[in-house]
Design a protein around this ligand. Structure first.
Ligand code: NAD
Length: 293
């Protein structure tokens, strides 16, 4: 069984990005610059944004963190995004989700300049992805593709089953894996909360991507021996024995599934780290788009 280790794969992506940044600096140009907007005090969001900022630093990007109280007016947020859109020194804009209930997520996403949309959520970028055009790809499925590339997982002609159809994970994942790419060309089945016989469908998967957000719901009886397992799920479970009061669980029951899989991502230390790698790659791509005359 191969452990699809996100630490190894993301370190390799970051090393290559650092080399790209070094070349930029050698030419006396400014490095890529990511602006991250964080609203409120959601613990998980704080952690995600902190690691995104830290990773920017590691590869030599500039980053700016903009924080708002939970009660911030939607207009204030949208005006800030417009300001960042018009700032030629900002290449990527990220608004950490989820947003407070009084702010309309689609409005926020659609206000970001698609060329600076490093999360790849803007409908223009989603449309380009569907059509196989060069674009900024949602960071999590992009990270999964980088993981498959790093470990050279053979995907061509395989049956990939994806559980979850969200715009940020499952649906773009289904497009990427079915696309004519080196680590695509799968036959894809996309499952969701209305899929009957989930167990039977999962058992037919050569590659199983779990992105349903139900901790440890994918058990060994749902997995074909030898399958490749990509666990996207991250759920915080209360744990008083931990200093921070919680531990992270994936959607896959790791020990029993790892015993029959050919390869599997751990949680933590798997797809989460690759999401950051995807975001960093997008930021460099956005920089290249924005500094091109
Ligand atoms: P979501 O709630 O938007 O979507 C969940 C999807 O799962 C839905 O499409 C739903 O139809 C499907 N689903 C739910 N229960 C199901 C069931 N019993 N059977 C079949 N399908 C079912 O969630 P999301 O934003 O796509 O995130 C999914 C998980 O991935 C969460 O745990 C989230 O925390 C995690 N996540 C991880 C990363 C990362 O970097 N690793 C990034 C984003 C999301």
């Amino acid at each position: 069984m191969i452990l699809l280790d996100g630490k190894l794969a993301s370190a390799s992506v970051k090393e290559n990005l650092k080399k790209e940044v070094d070349k930029i600096i050698e030419k006396n140009l400014r490095p890529p610059h990511l602006a991250a907007i964080l609203i409120g005090n959601n613990g998980a969001s704080e952690t995600y944004v902190a690691s995104k900022i830290k990773s920017c630093k590691e590869v030599g990007f500039t980053s700016t963190l903009i924080r708002y109280e939970e009660s911030v007016l939607e207009k204030v947020l949208l005006d800030k995004i417009l300001e960042l859109n018009n700032d030629p020194t900002i290449d990527g804009i990220l608004v950490q989700l989820p947003l407070p209930k009084h702010i309309v997520e689609t409005k926020v996403i659609e206000t970001i300049n698609p060329k600076k949309d490093v999360d790849g959520f803007h409908p223009i970028n989603a449309g380009k992805l569907v059509q196989g055009l060069e674009t900024l790809i949602p960071a999590t499925p992009y990270g999964v593709m980088l993981m498959l590339e790093h470990f050279n997982v053979d995907t061509k002609g395989k049956h990939a089953v994806i559980i979850g159809r969200s715009n940020i994970v499952g649906r773009p994942m289904s497009i990427l894996l079915s696309s004519n790419l080196l680590h695509g060309n799968c036959t894809v089945t996309l499952c969701h909360s209305h899929t009957p016989d989930l167990i039977e469908i999962c058992k037919q998967a050569d590659i199983l991507v779990a992105a349903l957000g139900k901790p440890e719901s994918i058990t060994a009886k749902m997995v074909k021996p030898g399958a490749v397992i990509i666990d996207v799920g991250i759920t915080r479970i209360d744990d008083n024995t931990k200093k921070n009061g919680y531990r992270l669980k994936g959607d896959v029951k790791f020990d029993e599934v790892a015993a029959i899989a050919s390869a599997i991502t751990p949680v933590p230390g798997g797809v989460g780290l690759m999401t950051i790698a995807g975001l960093l790659k997008n930021t460099l791509k956005a920089y290249q788009l924005n500094t091109k005359n």
